[in-house]
Write a protein of this length. Structure first.
Length: 191
């Protein structure tokens, strides 16, 4: 069976609440395992009710069944789960490289505080705030005058508190303000 089919089998097996509860009970006794009579007592089910669920967990590679005659023992199949975890890790999308001109650290800050192009919240640390302010100021052209209403419109698309953001851009030297006209500074300061 290929890894994708096995992953589907595992997800199907644990999507049943009764199976998931059994898996949790078995995992609680790992690595020694749990005998059938104890598993029945803890789950409140008869062996005839548990066996279909236990077989589904075994087929999915989640548990091992050690034959003990009338009282088999169940344990977690750690080798199988480790293999599955390795495969599942290959399914995760690769981390995106930061755009040109943005460091790894700046990329992490933006990923934390910017959601869908909008600033979600402001960090407490000034160094991280500066990353956000530089992110915002890139929306303005150098050597172009912007009336306050246009600055507000551009900033409102990113954060509702335009007055605070405007003030931060000016206070941190990223923009200048003169008689209600804003200009982007030529060389925004770095962190």
């Amino acid at each position: 069976m290929d890894d994708t089919a096995r992953l589907r089998l595992v997800l199907g097996a644990i999507s049943d609440p009764a199976r998931l509860a059994l898996l949790g009970t078995i995992a609680g006794r790992h690595p020694a395992g749990i005998p059938l009579d104890e598993l029945c007592a803890q789950s409140g089910g008869a062996p005839s009710k548990l066996w279909p669920h236990l077989n589904a967990l075994k087929r999915a590679g989640l548990i091992l069944i050690a034959d003990g005659g009338t009282d088999p023992t169940f344990s977690i199949d750690t080798d199988s789960l480790e293999d599955l975890a390795v495969y599942a890790a290959t399914l995760a999308p690769p981390a995106q490289a930061p755009p040109d001109g943005i460091s790894e650290e700046e990329h992490r800050v933006l990923a934390t505080f910017v959601k869908d192009g909008r600033i979600d919240s402001f960090p407490a640390q000034l160094k991280k705030q500066l990353v956000l302010w530089r992110y915002l100021v890139r929306r303005f052209e150098v050597d172009r005058a912007y009336p306050e209403a246009e600055v507000n419109d551009l900033l409102r698309a990113i954060h509702p508190d335009v007055a605070t953001v405007r003030r931060a851009l000016v206070d941190n030297g990223l923009m200048t303000r003169d008689a209600g006209v804003y200009r982007r500074s030529d060389a925004p300061p770095s962190t």
